[in-house]
Design a protein around this ligand. Sequence first.
Ligand code: 13P
Length: 253
Amino acid sequence: MRKNIVAGNWKMNKNVIEAQQLMFQLLEYKKKNTTNCEVWIAPPAMYLMMAKDVFSHNEIGVLAQDMSEYESGAYTGEISADMLESIHATGTLIGHSERRQYHGETDSHCNVKVKLALDKGLTPIYCNGETLEQRKSGQHLEVVKYQIEVALFTLTAEEIKKVVIAYEPVWAIGTGETASPEQAQEIHKHIRTLIADKYGKDIADEISILYGGSVKPDNAKEIFSQPDIDGGLIGGAALKVEDFAKIIEGFNS
Ligand code: 13P
């Protein structure tokens, strides 16, 4: 059975006091409530150790927002898979559209990173999705196919089972514009079918595919109710405990 996951991507937000406060609020929420999904957060890299301390019993999974494609060495500013493994991080986002847009990350880089993460026992959350122009010109299915094939299809069946995929249409990120549940479901099903065609249905059915892009308390439940949507990767609404909690509760019937 694949997992339901709600993951909060904090991006470049919050100073240390604010970050600590939100972590303690999340810990309290998690202790008081039973959730029907796993809850993970991806705070800025400098707060990862703090997050591991706060969630010392793994109440909430801790993810990096990115990870180097190199194992170690003279790569100023980068963090490695080995470093993340050494703090017992749950995993890392890979290929977020903001990394692609502002830092030139490509599907081939993502392929290397996904493998490195898996080798260290980290869960890669591979982010992909089309731009507005690509959707408007009807290329979205092809674009997503290419992204999935290049970044993931060199993996073995055992490896790909451990990957989480996050479909995040670029036009829905931080814009307040969400893909409709039907639009999201279409792509999620497309991704699962691509994986089934390559690795078989049993493997495809084990992979969690999250939706990201303006998920809010008032649309989470409907999005999560789609058959191929196994949770969300949440940006802005993950920065307030009340909103994030309501999104998590999108999995409560
Ligand atoms: P928003 O939820 O702010 O649209 O961001 C989505 C996202 O990019 C999560 O990684």
